[in-house]
Design a protein around this ligand. Sequence first.
Ligand code: PRT
Ligand code: ZN
Length: 283
Amino acid sequence: MKTLKIAIQKSGRLNEKSVELLKNCGLSFENYKSSLISTVSNFPLEILFLRDDDIPEYVQDGIADIGLVGENVIAETGVDVAYLQRLGFGKCTLKIAVPNNNQYQNIADLSGKAIATSYPVILQKFLDKEKINADIKTISGSVEIAPGLGLADAIFDIVSTGGTLRSNGLKPFADVMSSEAILIGRKGIENEHLVLELLQRIQSVMRAKETKYVVLNVEKSNLDKILNLLPGVKSPSVLPLAEEGWVAVHTVIPERDFWSHINELKAAGAQGIVVMPIEKIIL
Ligand code: PRT
Ligand code: ZN
């Protein structure tokens, strides 16, 4: 394979993070809002900008080799593709929601009811699994207003903060699926060298995001206590300071470990703690 083609969302919730991820991978390209295709100048990659709904099929059919899309869209289109990497953004939950004043007790109460959604395939699968016979009303947008209009008794939609449900007088009733952005590929493409190289870059960016470079100063007599509190990638570097009897400790740690240890580090004598972002970590 000479050039890899990746499909990403043209505009919408995943566009900005997708572009940012590719740029953080060191890829140079123009991100013209009007163009459908962009060529990366320093890696054999073409970027196709598409509606997210089209991405799974483009990848399955080989028009794009790989694609970046929400798991919910993959599930809805029912395509047969390889999952290459979960990306940790675009997180949401697909839920059934009902009007606030509604008295439904359990899932079985949805039998015979009308449920409005833009995701009929995922919903039907869930209802089949729960052995519930409901009337699915497929609508393409503004699903949350359907109960207020008398079009449906419940809705099935994506929820992230829950604000949209609340402002439409709805409450969550059942969680059906959780979703995040994911890198997919055509079946069989997993071991292509260009795919592996891009994956390595993506993983190094993701690893770096969760990790910080920490520098702190400590008196030599307290060094052992500090080192015990700092699990590093390998082992921390310890450098002498100009001031006699003091050293600087440099290490790389997951941000969450850092916050859980910060008070212990200070109590153990750490001073001048500096926390810096890391661009990439290649293992
Ligand atoms: O134009 P195109 O077809 O490409 O985009 P789209 O309009 O179909 O999708 P878009 O850009 O809205 O979302 C793209 C993907 O982002 C989705 O397929 C999900 O995987 C993911 N995602 C994450 C979300 C949300 N969070 C989200 N909150 N997609 C949609 N929403 C909507 C939801 O439909 C509802 O209207 O936001 C509203 C609820 O948000 P809260 O925060 O009020 O709960
Ligand atoms: Zn869409």
